[in-house]
Design a protein around this ligand. Structure first.
Ligand code: 26Q
Length: 801
């Protein structure tokens, strides 16, 4: 299909045909869901040939391919992106207008593909888009969860979790089941090694569970370049020949459970057997297909690293080096030396956290029971590592700290680092912290493996799709070249003092704010004015991200206004969106308190509408597309050193919000791009935080006792001011005072208040604010994931276009 030549008239004919054939219904009678399904079906027809040709071209040309292994992919909705990238978004909109179809309604009929928790999963999806857009051969490998991240409802101020049955009535319209690529994955049982006729040890499995891994492929369409890559998601089935092993419904359900749910925990690691099974299942299935398709090229297996890279996204697929060794040794008969050489050169690993305790570890006995053969191989890797390091003269304590199997646990990060050639962090500060702290021992052993790859975002989704008015304004001022080359945004700097242009962008922001205000009114009943500052914090709820610091400041403003109703302040709307892990008690209490403070302030007429608080339920990619372009202030207030990078900070910047931030993660790089005068930075930096750790000198109760403003704010949680939150209030009070305020909220509070006052002062000068906003948009091109992925492709994976 030559889409360049597609006309609106042809599209309308094609669309009607599809709707009639697939849905047996006429346009005028069709529901948005039926129209969505038909349109998706038509788009599939449009791109199918390109997709098939791409796969053939890659194998014909024997090109090196990178495989991005990730237990999460969080693309959100795909319809608009697919249309945009195929270059037919406007044409379809026009065609629908002619057919009297409301395009927005159709877009909203698509359920978010939410197979991820947050930043890590969204980054994986961004990389898929950018790989296709830059034209690099890069495929995704993950799991096809039947339920994505839970749907959040707020009831009486509490988070309630509901299943996210995202297949709904339409199924996943973008996927294709690939039966001819089915593979089998073995788990559990006993392994005995027997020597064969040439004296090699070969494993035989007794009582192993054999599962069928079925791939479903989701196309990843490049932006207007005719490239389509593949995101492969695995589902599990019981092979026919083993059906009798599962005589009860319960037994069958336990198998289907492997791909039923995405673990909703993005921090604490529980060491659940099912999670290990998930990780191994997708890793083994992925690696098996990779080896098979490599062998079709007729090249020697020991050189597989010349045509294949496998990327390990966080430790979740970190069993990959051991499983790859198993396949090369046991299934294909390579020598240990050849297999190890190929493995290390194939594997690379990204770390997404500095928290030592967040690095995955598995109980040795559990691991051995679930993956007996892989466990043997890990022991061998560990032994050889110890011997090699001792031979290199590495100190015994360093070896002990870096080995894979110790303290009765299998340390997955250590396996990923030892079994690969590259380790990267996701922002400059984060990578420095890995080198000097979290992974310091490894850095002394393998300095050459460490490198930084600052995260990025898919600019197309956050501008052209989420912010159409902004995009039109940019076209108007600098032409539309930026849509192909985002670096052209820099040209906006010429207009920083052009009052007319500044006003145009100011109005664009208002339009987005109005859209969000309407949504807030509809969903929460709270009325907000677009003259107010829209101050937004949207991200997973975590103590280290310090949503509670934001709330402390809101309570301070509340008391200021109660004391002095005429206080001169620009009206503020504080907007939150956040899911808490279902078992994360503290995080859930913070949600409850935000909601109760919202009730308190939104219903107090004495505040004269100067202060509003809104918690929007079920934060997800599609809601982010509504919220982020409407923000004036981007809250990035994690305790310095704790947020590896952050990526929403980049999206806010690109749509003209002013970043209010600590010097953490990528905030530092945002500040460096845009200059001190165009961000508001506050609080301790990483060195100051580390000094407190070293000196053990932080005592939150002293801050509380010596600062009357803080005392009054904190007391608010326990003195009955906030109705209906007695036990949560007490819990928060205790976290701050009794348990010594682990994330230094009280220490940073004064600086935060001052920074917020600065925001208030800056906003009063519209021109100045608009200038800062435009400067942010102009400099945001630095954070395109197209460039991030280009660095991965060149420096880690060594791919060619
Ligand atoms: C691990 C074991 C068992 C169950 C769940 C997990 C798990 C799941 C998800 C652990 C961590 C995550 C997600 C982490 C995450 O999203 N990290 C964020 O990654 C972003 C992309 O690099 C960064 O921008 C953020 O700073 C980082 O917090």
């Amino acid at each position: 299909m030559q889409l360049e030549n597609l006309t609106k008239e042809q599209f309308i004919r094609d669309f009607k045909d599809t709707l009639h054939q697939e849905q047996l219904i006429k346009v005028a009678k069709a529901t948005p869901t039926e129209i969505f399904t038909a349109l998706a079906g038509l788009i599939r027809k449009y791109y199918t040939n390109t997709w098939i040709e791409r796969n053939h071209a890659l194998s014909d040309n024997q090109e090196k391919i990178a495989y991005y292994f990730s237990i999460e992919f969080l693309p959100g909705r795909m319809l608009e992106t697919n249309l945009l990238n195929l270059g037919i978004l406007d044409l379809v909109k026009e065609g629908f207008a002619e057919l009297d179809i409301d395009f927005r309604e159709v877009v909203e009929a698509e359920h978010d593909m939410a197979l991820g928790n947050g930043g890590l999963g969204r980054l994986a999806a961004a990389f898929m888009d950018s790989l296709a857009t830059t034209g690099y051969p890069g495929f995704g490998n993950g799991l096809r969860y039947r339920y994505g991240l839970f749907k959040q409802r707020i009831v009486d101020g509490y988070q309630v979790e509901l299943p996210d049955g995202w297949f709904g009535s339409t199924g996943n319209v973008w996927e294709t089941r690939k039966d001819h690529d089915i593979v089998y994955v073995k788990l559990f049982g006993d392994v005995v090694l027997e020597s064969n006729e040439d004296g090699r040890f070969v494993p035989t499995y007794k009582n192993a569970q054999v599962l069928r891994a079925v791939p479903y492929d989701v196309p990843q369409i490049g932006y207007k370049n005719g490239v389509i890559n593949n995101l492969r998601l695995w589902d599990v089935e019981i092979p026919e020949e083993y059906e009798l092993d599962y005589p009860t419904l319960d037994a069958r359900r336990r198998v289907k459970d492997i791909t039923a749910i995405l673990y909703p925990d993005d921090s604490t690691i529980e060491g659940k057997e099912l999670r290990l099974v998930q990780e191994y299942f997708m890793t083994s299935a992925g690696l098996q297909t990779i080896i098979k398709s490599y062998l079709k090229m007729g090249l020697p297996l020991k050189d597989i690293h010349e045509k294949v890279s496998v990327h390990i996204n966080d430790t979740h697929p970190a069993v990959a080096p051991a499983e790859f060794m198993r396949l090369l040794l046991d299934e294909y008969g390579l020598s240990w030396e050849d297999a190890w050489n190929a493995t290390v050169k194939t594997m690379s690993y990204t770390n997404h956290t500095i928290l030592q305790e967040a690095l995955e570890k598995w109980d040795q006995q559990l691991f051995k029971r679930v993956l007996p053969r892989v466990y043997q191989i890990i022991l061998e890797i560990d032994n050889r590592y110890i011997a090699e390091m001792a031979g290199r003269g590495i100190a015994a304590d360093v070896i002990e700290r870096t080995r894979i199997v110790k303290d009765n646990q299998v340390h997955m990060a250590n396996l990923a680092i030892i079994g690969g050639h590259s380790v990267n962090g996701v922002a400059k500060l984060h990578t420095e912290l890995l080198k000097e702290d979290t992974l310091h021992d490894f850095y002394t052993i393998y300095p050459e493996k460490f490198n930084n790859k600052t995260n990025g975002i898919v600019q197309r989704r956050w501008t052209q799709i989420a912010a159409p008015e902004l995009s039109a304004a940019i076209d108007d001022v600098i032409g539309d070249g930026w849509r192909n080359d985002i670096h052209e945004l820099e040209n906006l700097t010429t207009y920083l003092d052009d009052k007319e242009v500044l006003n145009q962008f100011y109005q664009v922001k208002k339009t987005a704010k109005q859209r969000l205000a309407d949504y807030i009114q509809e969903t929460t009943g709270v009325e907000v004015s677009t003259d107010a500052i829209f101050d937004v914090q949207v991200k997973r709820l975590h103590a280290y991200k310090r949503q509670l610091l934001n709330l402390l400041h809101i309570i301070k403003l509340y008391w200021d206004l109660k004391d002095n109703p005429d206080k001169d302040m620009v009206p503020r709307v504080f907007i939150f969106g956040a899911k808490a892990a279902p078992g994360y008690h503290f995080a859930k209490s913070v949600i409850k308190l935000i909601n109760e403070v919202a009730n308190l302030v939104n219903n107090d007429e004495s505040l004269q509408g100067k202060l509003k608080v809104v918690f929007l339920e079920n934060y997800r990619v599609s809601l982010a597309e509504l919220i982020i372009p409407a923000a004036d202030v981007s809250e990035q207030i994690s305790l310095a050193s704790k947020e590896a990078s952050g990526t929403s900070n980049m999206k806010f910047m690109m749509t003209g919000a002013i970043t209010l931030a600590t010097l953490d993660g990528a905030n530092i790089e945002i500040k460096d791009e845009v200059g001190d005068e165009n961000v508001v930075i506050f609080g301790m930096d990483k060195d100051e935080v580390y000094e407190h750790y070293a000196r053990h000198d932080y005592y939150s109760r002293a801050v509380y006792e010596n600062n009357p403003v803080i005392r009054r704010v904190v007391d608010t949680f326990v003195n009955g001011t906030i109705p209906n939150a007695q036990s949560e209030g007490t819990e928060i009070y205790e976290a701050l005072i009794t348990h010594n305020d682990e994330y230094f909220l009280l220490e940073d509070f004064a600086a935060y208040v001052e920074a917020q006052e600065k925001i208030d002062a800056l906003y009063r000068d519209h021109d100045k604010w608009a200038r800062m906003s435009l400067a942010n948009i102009a400099k945001s091109h630095k954070f395109t994931s197209d460039d991030t992925i280009t660095e991965y492709a060149k420096e880690i994976w060594e791919l060619k276009k």
